[in-house]
Design a protein around this ligand. Structure first.
Ligand code: CU
Length: 166
């Protein structure tokens, strides 16, 4: 009796091991398939570097209340880093978003009595005079956006740029 149970267990274990092994074999090959699709994915570490280089955009802010370039085109679906330099002598902002975002931020700045942002947001940075800061964003969809500075009076004076995502 005692030997029967272990034997039955052994058979069960063997059966399980067999069927399990059979099932497990497709499993590694199934993970091997993603692994071979991971070959493009393992190329991905290289392509972020390449695309990161390709999607760094140098931007300058100036006391002439201009954002240069005034029009920029960036790719959708990959991280884009704006390298923003304030060449002026006062603080400027770089706020990226559609018209609604710009209007909202303009209103916030007015409400705050012209107090500049104390902290950066995922879509906006304040850049002190003479400094360079980076803002990295990924735009899921093609479209036309704006970049603007909302230090009081700047946006209305034309401190904005067109950002085309495609
Ligand atoms: Cu400004």
């Amino acid at each position: 009796m005692q030997s029967v149970l272990p034997a039955a267990l052994l058979v069960a274990v063997l059966a399980a091991a067999c069927s399990g092994g059979g099932a497990a074999t497709p499993a590694p090959s199934a993970t091997a398939a993603p692994a071979s699709t991971a070959a493009p994915a393992s190329m991905a570490p290289a392509s972020p570097d390449a695309s990161a280089a390709a999607t760094r955009i140098e931007v300058t802010l100036s006391d002439q209340l201009r954002i240069e370039p005034a029009a920029m085109t960036i790719p959708a679906g990959v991280p884009v880093t704006f390298v923003v330099t304030n060449k002026g002598t006062v603080l400027h902002e770089f706020v990226v978003g559609d018209q609604a975002v710009q209007d909202e931020h303009e209103a916030e700045m007015k409400e705050a009595g012209g107090m500049t942002m104390s902290m950066d947001e995922p879509f906006a940075i304040g850049v002190e005079a003479g400094q360079t800061k980076e803002l990295t964003m990924t735009f899921a969809e093609p479209g036309t956006l704006l970049a603007g500075c909302h230090v009081i009076g700047h946006y209305l004076a034309g401190m904005k740029a067109e950002v085309t995502v495609k």
